[in-house]
Design a protein around this ligand. Structure first.
Ligand code: FAD
Length: 511
């Protein structure tokens, strides 16, 4: 068939570029004979560095790695990875007595007990001094994993506990690049200097600094925040989310493990004066950073605050500042170009969603992958799917700020009261004052379902600090002995696990 796509050009060799190459190569070789597959070619500038952050993931990653035929052991070894069982939010909210709250948003879910959500029982009866997460997903509160290394890579293990990875972003891109080039992806190290369009406005050629003119049939723009093709050449507008989210800058530092024998199995997000810090523990080091609002702190002020938070680990260091472009392009697929990764959009990294979105972007695009003639219906459906994914993530990130209750810095007050929230979230927040989130409140959800929302609401203890004051009177009747029996069992189960299973460091060392 003459119309078949013969070549796909990816521009950019960061996580987005190489994940695009990996997923496409895996999909094409699974579904078509070699003669029918488009050639994949990746162009990467040797002079423009990747963003170099993005080291926490969500639980789709084990499947992605497995599907691509990479063993989990190789992955761990090559990327200094560790396990991630959730995100620990520290000091985002105060409890009813004004004390700081730390809670984990885990990947494991609460259970249904006699037809009702564990969250409903918890809201009515509590569980002594254990918070909601410790009551329903107790395996993750001591940084231990529930199973030995021999179960790695088993879907059953993954489903039961839901884990993701912390990984070294630079090593990850390096590993993907080796795998892809071994499997036939052409790697061109050269810089795109200009982009030529044909009469219909499609990208027809890229001018490379050394190799000259490069023909294009379909191009994936993975050039990071600069959006070289989608924004600069095709002029697709960027929709700025600064009305919704205040943070527009970050600074990052890698530090040593303060105690190399203790590796946490969560990403920590700690609220500071004008934003929050991340702490991502890898096997051999810790990645940290501060995401903040330039309207509330200069870079120097933010650096002082961040280094103070780091304490001895940050002594004498100069953090690298990363300006962030928060929002998304109006449409990610325009003409014969699709933008994937930071070029397509970015919502601040609070829930480590960007790599997950890269994967969806590529999978959905590959499903819609066109012949050289592009059907507008395919393109518009793809764009709608991507835009809904951004909406989903935006809702969830805005939730964290809107339900914060800190008053110690103008930043937190502004983040709660001056920022817009999307209509769907506004409607849900009205509703959840009277009952807990239910599945149909969220609708389309690839990542954050109603249980994750329940966990945030209960984790922040919003029902004890002014939000939804009458909710307990409206709860459906639940039986206390069922809850008592369940929490007692969960506690005993945790004690058993801690006695017999290796700690995180030992497990990683064994791998
Ligand atoms: P980049 O890494 O910027 O790569 C751009 C590539 O394009 C480079 O290879 C460059 O050489 C190439 N290029 C640019 N111009 C040209 C040209 N003219 N010619 C040829 N090549 C060119 N995501 C998560 O999932 N989890 C996280 O915890 C997380 N934390 C983050 C924290 C911060 C502060 C930021 C800013 C982002 C974070 N992200 C996170 C997002 C994540 O880092 C990115 O989604 C991911 O790294 C993909 O980046 P990229 O490949 O799109 O862009």
């Amino acid at each position: 068939m003459n119309n078949r796509l013969r070549k796909i050009t990816i521009v950019g060799g960061g996580t987005a570029g190489w994940m695009t190459a990996l997923i496409m190569e895996t999909e094409f070789s699974r579904t078509s004979a070699p003669k029918d597959r488009p050639r994949i070619c990746l162009i990467e500038s040797p002079n423009i560095a990747t963003v170099g952050v993005g080291e926490a993931t969500v639980p789709h990653m084990p499947r992605t790695i497995r599907k691509a035929g990479i063993t989990e052991r190789d992955f761990f070894r090559e990327t200094n990875a560790s396990f991630k069982l959730g995100v620990k939010f520290c000091n985002w909210n105060k409890d009813a007595r004004g004390n700081r709250i730390d809670y984990v948003n885990p990947f494991a879910h609460g259970q249904i007990l006699e037809g009702l959500e564990a969250a409903e029982y918890f809201l009515r009866f509590g569980n002594g001094d254990r918070d909601f997460t410790q009551s329903v997903a107790p395996h993750d509160d001591l940084g231990r994993l529930c199973k030995g290394a021999r179960e790695l890579g088993q879907p059953e293990f993954e489903q039961r506990f839901g884990y993701a990875y912390h990984l070294d972003a630079v090593k990850f891109a390096g590993m993907l690049s080796r795998v892809c080039t071994r499997r036939g992806v052409e790697h061109i190290q050269d810089e795109v200097q200009s982009v030529e369009l044909d009469e219909q406005g499609n990208v027809s050629h890229l001018m490379l600094e050394r190799k000259g003119r490069h023909d294009v049939e379909m191009v994936v723009d993975c050039t990071g925040f600069r959006g070289l093709i989608i924004n600069q050449a095709l002029g697709e507008p960027f929709l700025d989310y600064s009305d919704y989210l205040p943070n527009d800058r970050a600074m990052a530092l890698q530090i040593e493990h303060p105690d190399p024998e203790k590796i946490e199995s969560v990403t920590r997000s700690t609220a500071l004066g004008a934003g929050w810090t991340w702490r991502v523990p890898l096997y051999n080091r810790v990645g940290t950073g501060y995401v903040y609002s330039s309207a509330h702190r200069t870079d120097d002020q933010a650096a002082d605050e961040y280094l103070e938070w780091l304490g001895d680990s940050g002594k004498g260091a100069t953090p690298r500042v990363i300006p962030m472009r928060i929002g998304r392009v109006r449409n990610a697929w325009v003409k014969n170009c699709v933008a994937v990764g930071l070029s397509g959009g970015f919502i601040e990294p609070l829930e480590s969603t960007a790599i997950h979105m890269i994967e969806h972007a590529v999978r959905w695009f590959t499903e819609h992958l066109p012949t050289r003639e592009i059907e507008p219906a395919l393109r518009s459906r793809y764009n709608r799917q991507m835009n809904r994914l951004y909406d989903e993530v935006l809702d969830f990130i805005c939730l964290h700020y809107r339900l914060g209750n800190r008053t110690d810095d103008q930043y937190w007050i502004d983040a709660r009261t001056e920022m817009k929230i999307p209509d769907r979230l506004a409607e849900n927040l009205e509703l959840w004052q009277y009952r807990l989130p239910m599945d149909h409140d969220i609708g389309f959800a690839t990542l954050f379902d109603f249980r994750v929302y329940q966990t945030v609401l209960l984790g922040k203890q919003v029902y004890d600090t002014g939000y939804g004051p009458g909710i307990r009177d409206r709860l459906r009747p639940v039986k206390k002995p069922i809850w008592f029996h369940y929490t007692k069992g969960a506690k005993a189960h945790l004690a058993q696990i801690l006695k017999t299973m290796p700690d995180h460091k030992t497990l990683l060392r064994d791998i």
